[in-house]
Design a protein around this ligand. Sequence first.
Ligand code: KIV
Length: 293
Amino acid sequence: MSSPPREQRPITLLKLAEKRALGEPIVMVTAYDHPSAAIVDDAGVDVVLVGDSAANNVLGYRDTVPITMDELLMLARAVRRGLKTPLMVGDLPFGTYEASDEQAIATAHRFVKEAGCDAVKLEGGGQMAQRARAIIEAGTPVMGHVGLTPQTATALGGYRAQGRTAERAKQVLEDALALQDAGCFAIVFEAIPNELTDLIMEHMEIPVIGIGAGPSTDGQVLVYHDLLGINDAFKPKFVKRYAELRQPMVDAVTAYAEDVRTRGFPGPEHAYGVAPEEMERLKEMLAAKRARA
Ligand code: KIV
């Protein structure tokens, strides 16, 4: 299958707003390293999130809470080097933005200055809408994130759909509106019932990107490892797998191991050559050295 036609010019915030206005769905995906960035760039996605989900997808943590800014910055720099067109968003890790506006601004600036991110994302409404406002006023565009916010999943009762009672649904609506009022250029809705998404969408004037929030959002986001089936340990209901790459990867490494153990690899086609007269000269040089010794 060949790559889809490429949008050659870099995706801007204005372009995302235009897509929303035209009803053109926005495609967002995570990436955490250079090869995955180059692949999603070739696939022509609109937005790439260097998500804190790198914690469990590439760094082996149990959840997103432990990942540090330094760990995420290193990954973000690798992603930057692999991207040409998509808008790149850095995900503020837990504990790097909640304490004060000053802390939030400083962390956002690190993503922009040290990794070349175009924007940052933060989780939650309430006080976090104020953090978003402060970051935006200090010059960095912000994407919000409401519904299931994995960094505070424990407080939300675990990794489960949000907004399933009238009170909780009202809270999700209020969070989304607060982030919109704060000046966010887009918002992620994660794991909320379709009916609630439909209702909130009536109030939204900025692009909404859904993950487990139904079809009525302006775009969708999936985690790279989930959509490719690289990480098959856990599959949330909202994930659609477009490939099952883990087993073919295991099979390929197993075949390599078998080849090495049976001396089936390397073969003649993997070998470098050298002119016979050069080998002859080497042998003469070594013989002469031995004779002198
Ligand atoms: O870190 C992440 O992967 C995310 C997406 C689920 C939006 O925040």
